[in-house]
Design a protein around this ligand. Structure first.
Ligand SMILES: Cc1ncc(COP(=O)(O)O)c(C=O)c1O
Length: 446
């Protein structure tokens, strides 16, 4: 049977692809030449974009001599924090935004706004940051863990089995740039009449089906600490479109007081003083965050574009198993995570990628909370803490037995961190290293 030149070339290219493993260069871990001599390193995104804009905002606050958001003796009113709040609410497509001192402060404020307290249960993912658990306990409520799925976010199917008549809230935490499956989370919450708090700390600027994260739940929080999309070193924000929740949040963050600036935003006050705390943001922080907020879309577009190029570059790779992404277009692209059948193979991948100069790491930025000794032992600031003195609070058991699936999943994935300032060369190296290493590790498990 005859074969024309074009068919022959196509067939030999396919054969070369299939044979790729045998003709591919030796892995650096086995003594081959690494993809990069100088290891690739993702940096802190926000400071990579610091320039005259942040400098000007800071200088303006200095020159007016009014670093406090409510008043001061200097002339002029910088109103950085108030402007930041207005622009942040608009960006997140919510009616109201409140600036606070950290993401943890934002969580505590949001829980107070919702009136969460002793006797209430809050469902949170077994894999998230300490702040989620700690603020539930500080509110006097009881944290109840749900498993994650391969998105590394709370598994909507597992939420349902954790609901009791005392459940008041679900914390939908959008981890490492990846939106939760909000349709399913909201459906469970609605079915049971439970409120949803979106924790967007690790996904500032990401979206789900075209909607900004934070605009879908009853209330949402963001962290603006160094590791986040935009930053002033520290900082946080609460958003909601419910005027009463906003008023309660604003009151809580300033000792129970409700200021004219915020009253103007909601139209008229509905509540009255209650016992709050002080999480007010300074005008210096507000100024830097205002400049950063105006760059948010630029940063998000850049990091997304970089991650997308990596996804495209590794498309069709043998055995490819990506992190589950409920909305790939909405994902921030903080890291490109690949999965393995066992932890041993995942660890081998990490070692091999490090040797190539393109380090991969296990999912990070969170902890598997139920296995932390102080959580297993329910260590609080006072032995009679209300979270754990009720019958249910005494009975609840934390530990590895409440999150076997979470432990398994996190042991089998590793990711290469992305950076908005990666060059085309950097991206090409990431793709080359994954293409070189991943199929061989995957093949080893076959
Ligand atoms: C999911 C999550 N929630 C809340 C926070 C708390 O933010 P902050 O460090 O600004 O207090 C973090 C911080 O990393 C986080 O990752």
């Amino acid at each position: 049977m005859g074969i024309d030149r074009r068919t022959f070339l196509a067939a030999s290219a396919a054969a070369a692809g299939a044979r790729g493993a045998y003709s591919a260069p030796q892995l650096a871990i086995d003594g081959g030449k690494p993809v990069r001599d100088k290891p690739l390193r993702a940096d802190y995104w926000g400071p990579e974009y610091y320039d005259d804009k942040e400098r000007r905002e800071l200088l303006e606050v200095l020159e007016t001599g009014r670093p406090f958001r409510w008043y001061g003796s200097g002339s002029g009113r910088p109103e950085k924090v108030a402007t930041f709040e207005r622009e942040f609410a608009a960006r997140m497509q919510t009616k109201y935004a409140l600036a606070v001192t950290s993401g943890t402060a934002a969580l505590q404020t949001a829980l107070a706004a919702l009136g969460i307290g002793p006797g209430d249960e809050v469902i949170l993912p077994a894999w998230t940051w300490h702040s989620c658990f700690n603020t539930i306990v500080h509110a006097g409520a009881l944290p109840v863990f749900a498993e994650i799925d391969e998105s590394f976010n709370i598994d909507p199917d597992d939420i349902e089995s954790k609901i009791t008549p005392q459940t008041k809230l679900i914390m939908a935490v959008h981890l490492q740039g990846n939106p939760c499956d909000m349709d399913r989370v909201l459906a469970v919450a609605r079915r049971h009449g439970i409120k949803v708090l979106e924790d967007c700390a690790q996904s500032v600027g990401a979206s789900y089906k075209g909607r900004p994260l934070g605009s879908m739940g009853d209330i949402a929080i963001y962290s603006l600490q160094l590791n986040k999309t935009i930053t002033a070193g520290e900082g946080g924000a609460v958003v909601t479109s419910d005027p009463l929740l906003f008023e309660r949040a604003a009151r809580f963050h300033d000792l129970g007081n409700f200021h004219a600036v915020h009253e103007k935003v909601v139209g008229k006050r509905q509540g009255d003083w209650f016992i709050g705390t002080n999480f007010r943001m300074s005008e210096f922080t507000g100024g830097v965050l205002l400049a950063q907020l105006r760059k948010l879309d630029t940063i998000v577009a850049a990091v997304r574009a970089n991650a997308r190029q990596v996804y495209e570059g590794i498309q069709g790779l043998e055995g490819l198993r990506l992190r589950l992404r409920p909305d790939p277009d909405g994902e921030l692209g903080s890291a490109v995570f690949l999965g393995f059948r066992s932890k041993a193979l995942r660890d081998r991948y990490i070692e091999a990628m490090k040797a190539e100069g393109v380090p991969a790491a296990p999912p990070g930025g969170s902890v598997i909370l139920p296995v932390q000794p102080h959580i297993i032992n329910k260590v609080t600031v006072h032995p009679n803490w209300p979270s754990f003195t009720s019958e249910r609070g005494r009975a609840i058991r934390y530990g590895p037995e409440c999150c076997p699936r979470t432990l398994d999943i996190l042991g089998r994935f590793a990711g290469v961190a992305m950076d908005p300032k990666f060059t085309a060369r950097d991206i090409a190296d990431v793709v080359a290293a994954i293409r070189k290493v991943y199929p061989r590790i995957v093949r080893a498990e076959a």
